[in-house]
Design a protein around this ligand. Sequence first.
Ligand SMILES: Nc1nc2c(ncn2[C@@H]2O[C@H](COP(=O)(O)OP(=O)(O)OP(=O)(O)O)[C@@H](O)[C@H]2O)c(=O)[nH]1
Ligand SMILES: [Mg+2]
Length: 386
Amino acid sequence: MKAEDILFISLGGAAASIARRIAQGARRDLTQAPMRVLILDTDDAVLQEVVHTDGVSVTIFGTQRLGGRGTGGDHTLGMGAFRDDATTLMQQIGTPRLVILLTCCGGGTSGAAEPLLRLLRERGIANVVFATEPFAFEGEARRRSASVVLPTICEKANAVTTVPLASLLAGASDELSMSQSFAYVADRLAAGISLLWTQLVFPGYIQFDVEYFRQYLEQDSYVPLSFTFADASAKGEGRAEAVVEALTHSSRFQVRGQNCLASASHVIVGVLAGEDLRLCELDTLMTGVKKALSSQVEVMLGTVNQPSFNGQLSVVVLAFAATNTDVVEQPGEGLQTVRKRSGKGAKAGKSLSAVKDRFDDVECTLIDGVNYDEPTYVRRHIRLKR
Ligand SMILES: Nc1nc2c(ncn2[C@@H]2O[C@H](COP(=O)(O)OP(=O)(O)OP(=O)(O)O)[C@@H](O)[C@H]2O)c(=O)[nH]1
Ligand SMILES: [Mg+2]
């Protein structure tokens, strides 16, 4: 894998500070640090704070429209600002095989996510999105903004997790101050993203790399996958059992009375450990995780063994919802089950809406029930190698 194959992009102020944490962590924990991080925001003051972080590129956009300031919570300004500078931004992004995007919804900059994702997909760049939903106490305006932006992200992403910040706090002490709470949720996001990135970048004994992930993401390029994730770490004797216990009982997988782990169709288990990881520990981990899943589930395992992790076992689990009963987190309402038509109908339905986006108010060309406005590779279910 080449260092430029995977790019982590953050969008907006809060995402910028989380991205900085992630970049600093990657440098600290691993001997080699090929993580490419691109921090995007319209607000020059935010970017000045992160600009001197090693391994991080920082780019301001929308200066013509916003003069180097934030959007003031207006997501249409965020979208417009991105469009103003889209050509330059896409040149800077280049042609990675995969983009991991983080944006915290509630402000206005996350409005740029939809046009960004649209361009990534047009260029054949696979993407996986971590999008957060504001705390209830942040107020109605932020909740409303998130409720407009999140569905547009879900529509354009290859895979997306929409995480209410409050759900990342579950289990943490009520004693936490506001700044500690923000730091705690930032750590949870950083752990999930860093572990996924580490799995994809570093070859382990059992490899799960960008190309494997792309194959999975692009099984059906018109149906975005939704997932939930949780991470756990432990040290010392019994660390595998402790991690299994923490992951299988994580409140992250309990959403609106539904167990996202038990109902998942695919699960990725990423293991980050030292050279001291024993096979019997891996066995304990996988047996424990599989017990929490239904028997039909496909499990993809990746292990990364780095000497700097000796003594520690860290695991992230990404549970992908079945695509015909996808679980989509609706702003302010937690997860909702969105039934999609299964089989051919699902593809046609989804691709029709994608085509409709581009040709508003145009009748589609239906001949013998076949929609000739759809690209041939979609009609014939041909998977493109990009
Ligand atoms: N984890 C964490 N989340 C934050 C923090 N500050 C804000 N957020 C969350 O991120 C959401 C978006 O806020 P920002 O990132 O500041 O907004 P923005 O995307 O820069 O957009 P504008 O500033 O409105 O242009 C908020 O509604 C909060 O839910 C923080 O320090 N840490
Ligand atoms: Mg901002």
